[in-house]
Structure formats: structure tokens, C-alpha cells
Design a protein around this ligand. Structure first.
Ligand SMILES: [Ca+2]
Length: 284
């Protein structure tokens, strides 16, 4: 909603009419560093932050509201495997995933979506089936080959009505579970799940509440390797395939770690970038 004229700031936020150049970004960085306190105040007050927002960081955006053979959004394409099944979702349609409908995701030009990324945010809404659901909503692996025990190389979710586990594996000879995240928040209803990766650190939010933090996982680029690997929705490559059974909607992937404020999470004051020793640096 627009603010009344009198309430608008006297110095309007810098807005880019065209994609910002490196020089313009540097200028913005300098401006940002001199007004870190103001920007952090903005983070604490939704609607006042003027910096590039989460939408600028989107690299995949699937609403499942149109399409059947494939779904597109934010430069990514999810290609249907099996036969697409859609059902009423959080907004419009949701993907009704199962062993007969899952998705391969890549950039629209066919190249791996997650290549080279260590900072990432994955968000979605899910409503798993209460039974017959292994839980693999999102599965990013080094390649499409079947996984081998104690040699796993993937980041994958096990999303069930009993809770959510995120496995981060880059194993070589033993199963190291030190980087995993576990939520035991049980629900049979729709829930919103955000996973924020910052290198070795991962934070898992369910319904905008932090449920698990783990600072000891392998970075995503280490898991996926130089090629960038594969990204699947609804299927993991264990044996002949293990699947998610249930509804998935609003799958969005961002190429940086969104802040608590951007996630709509309350505990903004804990954002380390709002501490004096960590001026904001995401403009450069
Ligand atoms: Ca939808």
C-alpha cells in the first residue's frame, strides 16, 4: 500500500531502472556501508528496506498454476516425468507428486541450476500423504546415478507428516550424518518450509519458525561437484527410485541466503549482519 505523501522518506530509496552495472553496485555498496544502521533498522521494519529484494535472487519459481508437461519460472524449468497430476494447492494448483509424477529441474537452457552455489534458499509449501510417502520433496545430487550407502553425495529432504529431515551428504566410506537437520514438528496440514544454506551452515524453518540449525555440513558445491549435478523434485535416486507422495506448491529457490526478515521470520535482531561488526555486504 503506498504511504501517504507526507509519510514518504525525504530521500527516496535508490531504484535501478535497468540491470545494475558493477560500478553502480559498488556505489550502492558504499552508500549501504555508510547507512548500515539505517538499513538494519529497515530490516527490522518490513516494507522500509530499499535494497534488492528476494525476488531479484529467484532462480526458480514453480507455482504449478499452469502447465502439465513442464513448469517454468524465474529462468528454470521443471520437466514432468510420468504424468502430471494437479490438485488444489495453497494458491491455485499444487503438484500432486507420487511415484508416477516427479520432476527434473534445470535452468531453462538445460544446464544445472545449482552449479557453484554455496549460499541458497529453498522454500516450498507441502502437504505430505500420511502413508505411503518416503518424503523426497527436493533432491539435489552429484549425478543421476543410484546412491550407494556410505558413498552418498546429495542434499535431500525427507518430508513427512511426522516431521522433516534434511540430509547433507558428501560421504566417502562411512555415513557421516553430522550435517543433517531434523524437525519433529508433526502436521497433516499444509506447512511452509524454508531451508537457508550459508556454506557449512544450514537453517531449517517450518511455518516461519526456526526448527533446526547445523553449522557442520558440507557446502553445496562440495556435495554437487563441479558439474552442478542434478535437481529432482519428488524423487530420490535410491535403488530404482524413492518418492514423495503428497502435495507441493510454491517451490522457490533463491541464489543467496535470505535474511530472517526476508523470510518473514520474527527473530530479525539475531541477524548477524545487523551487528556492528558485520556491516551489510550483500550489495557488492
Ligand atoms: Ca499453486
Amino acid at each position: 500500500m503506498p504511504l501517504p505523501f507526507a509519510a514518504r522518506p525525504t530521500t527516496p530509496p535508490e531504484r535501478f531502472e535497468t540491470p545494475p552495472t558493477r560500478t553502480r553496485r559498488r556505489r550502492a555498496a558504499i552508500a549501504a556501508s555508510t547507512t548500515a544502521a539505517a538499513l538494519c533498522a529497515g530490516l527490522l521494519t518490513p516494507g522500509l528496506a530499499a535494497a534488492a529484494g528476494p525476488e531479484d535472487a529467484l532462480i526458480a519459481d514453480f507455482t504449478f498454476d499452469s502447465g502439465t508437461t513442464s513448469f517454468t519460472g524465474a529462468g528454470a524449468t521443471a520437466t514432468t516425468r510420468g504424468t502430471a497430476q494437479l490438485a488444489p494447492g495453497v494458491d491455485g494448483n499444487a503438484a500432486q507428486l507420487s511415484s508416477s509424477f516427479w520432476l527434473d529441474v534445470a535452468k531453462t537452457d538445460g544446464t544445472p541450476l545449482l552449479a557453484g552455489l554455496d549460499n541458497l534458499t529453498i522454500s516450498y509449501d507441502s502437504k505430505p500423504n500420511a502413508s505411503g510417502n518416503v518424503g523426497w520433496t527436493v533432491f539435489a545430487a552429484r549425478n543421476a546415478a543410484a546412491q550407494a550407502y556410505a558413498q552418498e553425495h546429495y542434499l535431500g529432504y525427507l518430508d513427512r507428516t511426522s516431521g522433516v529431515t534434511v540430509e547433507r551428504y558428501d560421504n566417502a566410506g562411512s555415513r557421516n550424518t553430522a550435517g543433517n537437520l531434523v524437525s519433529t514438528v508433526a502436521t497433516t496440514e499444509w506447512k511452509h518450509v524454508d531451508l537457508v544454506l550459508s556454506g557449512a551452515t544450514a537453517r531449517l524453518f517450518v511455518d516461519k519458525k526456526l526448527v533446526s540449525t547445523n553449522a557442520a555440513g558440507p557446502a553445496l558445491s562440495q556435495i554437487l561437484g563441479a558439474s552442478g549435478g542434478v535437481l529432482q523434485v519428488g524423487k530420490a535416486n535410491w535403488g530404482g527410485g524413492e518418492y514423495f507422495a503428497g502435495l507441493l506448491d510454491n517451490l522457490r529457490i533463491y541464489n543467496r541466503a535470505l535474511t530472517p526478515s526476508e523470510l518473514g521470520v520474527g527473530a530479525v535482531a539475531s541477524d548477524p549482519r545487523c551487528r556492528p561488526e558485520h556491516p551489510r555486504s550483500d550489495h557488492g
